[in-house]
Design a protein around this ligand. Structure first.
Ligand SMILES: NC(=O)c1ccc[n+]([C@@H]2O[C@H](COP(=O)([O-])OP(=O)(O)OC[C@H]3O[C@@H](n4cnc5c(N)ncnc54)[C@H](OP(=O)(O)O)[C@@H]3O)[C@@H](O)[C@H]2O)c1
Length: 247
């Protein structure tokens, strides 16, 4: 991770769950981490707790359903820190809903956060890297095992297509960046169940069991694994399961 020390990472959805774990881990590895979410209080506490580490955490308030808020966050990062070298598109929402009856307003929020914000943040990160003539960068997108399989028994069939769109978008981006011979890498990380506020709020004990779940730090470790690969290696996709989960 040494080559990323002092470089700027944007982690979306850093106020809790795996985004918080990813942000902490990147700070400990020396990165300057901008954590964004709608609620900044928790991130401010985390930033104070991380004082004295090699890097630092800078909380920024941003509602990712609003493109103008994403653009003004990038502007602020440009003015304060120069730009974004690495983005981890982690923020995501999920609702307990099925294809037959899922209300369109929830579906719209799913796509706004899980797909459209990821596209905007990825594009603005690439723009930021290229306008500074940096030679490298990394787009890391947090997907799900639902990104490649439609599970019969996972009770969120409207969430699944958003993660499949994210996977397809990231793969398209990889091809374009590769053809242009840039050194900007893309990685999709697809976890099965992770013990976070999201799953605890969504699923009951019939579906979610902490013993058969990953921890947020497991996903953070996958992020540092992808980042610390040699510059000529692109870790394209990481799929993570707790050892005994049944997904
Ligand atoms: N947990 C799992 O089992 C699991 C499995 C596979 C994939 N995933 C994916 O992993 C990612 C993280 O999930 P998690 O379980 O850590 O979720 P979480 O605990 O609910 O955290 C979600 C994060 O996203 C932020 N967020 C939500 N809506 C936002 C918005 N409109 N604008 C800005 N930030 C927003 C939240 O912050 P605020 O509320 O403060 O805005 C929070 O920081 C998601 O993409 C999820 O789909 C999760």
């Amino acid at each position: 991770m040494d080559r990323w020390a002092g470089r700027v990472a944007l982690v979306t959805g850093a106020s809790k769950g795996m985004g918080e774990a990813i942000a902490r881990s990147l700070v400990k590895n020396g990165m300057v981490v901008v954590g964004c979410a709608r609620h900044v209080e928790g991130m401010q506490k985390a930033a104070t707790g991380l004082e004295g580490e090699k890097g630092r955490l800078i909380p920024m308030k941003c509602d990712l359903t609003k493109t103008e808020e994403i653009e003004s966050m990038f502007q602020k990062i440009k003015e304060q820190l120069g730009g974004v070298d690495v983005c981890v598109n982690n923020a995501g929402v999920n609702f307990y809903q099925d294809c037959k009856t899922g209300p369109l307003s929830d579906t719209k929020t799913l796509y706004d956060v899980n797909v459209f914000a990821v596209i905007t943040v990825s594009q603005l990160t690439i723009q930021s890297i290229q306008e500074r003539n940096r030679d490298d960068g990394h787009i890391i997108n947090i997907s799900s095992v639902c990104g490649s399989t439609v599970h019969a028994d996972v009770p969120c069939h409207m969430y699944t297509p958003t993660k499949q769109a994210l996977n397809a978008f990231t793969e398209g981006l990889r091809h374009e960046l590769r053809k242009e011979k840039t050194k900007i890498r893309t990685t999709v990380i697809s976890p099965a169940l992770v013990d976070t506020p999201l799953v605890r709020g969504l699923f009951d004990a019939s579906f979610f069991c902490p013993e058969y779940s990953l921890q947020p730090d497991d996903v953070a470790a996958a992020v540092t694994f992808a980042l610390s690969a040699p510059p000529c290696v692109n870790v394209r996709h990481i799929c993570l399961h707790a050892i005994h989960d049944s997904l």
